[in-house]
Design a binder for this molecule. Structure first.
Ligand SMILES: [Zn+2]
Length: 250
């Protein structure tokens, strides 16, 4: 397994002129930065402040763009190191008693020396859904989107919910629509900071679109042959849409 050092600045990763993750030698440019070495992969993550500049010949690339140009094994490695580095850099004190945490000798966890509580890396389950109605698919433009991109409907799973219940609730909350035939369609780790996306297809069952204005700028049915700008390849949203278009019968 390849051992690498990744330099993260927010949602960006430092790359060289060829778009590959910067070499460990770049550490010299960031002497005080937080760093974490993952015992499983041997890879190191370095968390850089927002004001950090790129050393000569290197630049910061948004992680989704990095994903676009790399394969599953590299993306999984980077995701793991990114998620764990961020978690470790932000989980320093016991939430029960306030003591400084220390690495657990065996588990991938942090341990409180005073009260013994363990802190594990946090993973937030989310659902993402592509709803179909005959020859049309439902796509939404997020309230934060500035690029005119329409994507699948997504949201966090709430305590006590099944994934399917979360799909049904999110579709109802964000668009006012009812759905049926919810089918699991794969998942993607998105640890920026800590999401696990579970993908689904569903069929329209009833209702008119009424958008949730705090979350959604626009939601529409699009014919499969007349689609708006879509999320970039590498995301599960793109995969859901693309697989749906390829198969033609989802
Ligand atoms: Zn404690």
């Amino acid at each position: 397994m390849e051992i690498k050092t990744y330099f993260f600045r927010g949602r960006e990763v430092l790359v060289d002129g060829e778009g590959e993750a910067a070499e460990a030698e770049a550490l010299a440019a960031f002497p005080g930065a937080f760093r974490f070495t993952d015992p499983l992969t041997g890879c190191t993550g370095v968390e850089l402040p927002a004001a950090a500049g790129a050393p000569g010949g290197q630049h910061f690339l948004p992680v989704p763009a990095y994903f676009f140009s790399h394969g599953d094994a590299e993306n999984a490695r980077l995701s793991r190191v990114k998620g764990l580095t961020l978690w470790r850099s932000r989980t320093r004190f016991c939430p029960a008693c306030g003591q400084e945490l220390r690495p657990h000798p065996v588990e991938n966890a942090l341990e409180c020396p005073a009260c013994g509580q363990l802190q594990f890396p946090r993973i937030e389950p989310c659902i993402i859904t592509l709803v179909s109605r005959g020859d049309e698919i439902l796509l939404l433009r997020n309230i934060k989107d500035r690029e005119g991109i329409y994507a699948c409907l997504a949201g966090f799973v709430e305590m006590g919910e099944t994934l399917e219940q979360a799909v049904r609730r999110e579709v109802r909350e964000e668009t006012g629509l009812e759905i049926k035939d919810i089918r699991y369609a794969g998942s993607q780790a998105w640890p920026f900071p800590d999401q696990l996306m579970a993908g689904f297809y569903a069929e329209y069952a009833g209702g008119e679109i009424v958008i949730q204005q705090s979350e959604v700028r626009d939601a529409r049915w699009f014919r499969r042959d007349a689609l708006p700008p879509l999320p970039r390849p590498g995301s599960i949203a793109w995969r859901l849409i693309n697989n749906c278009l390829q198969s033609g019968d989802q």
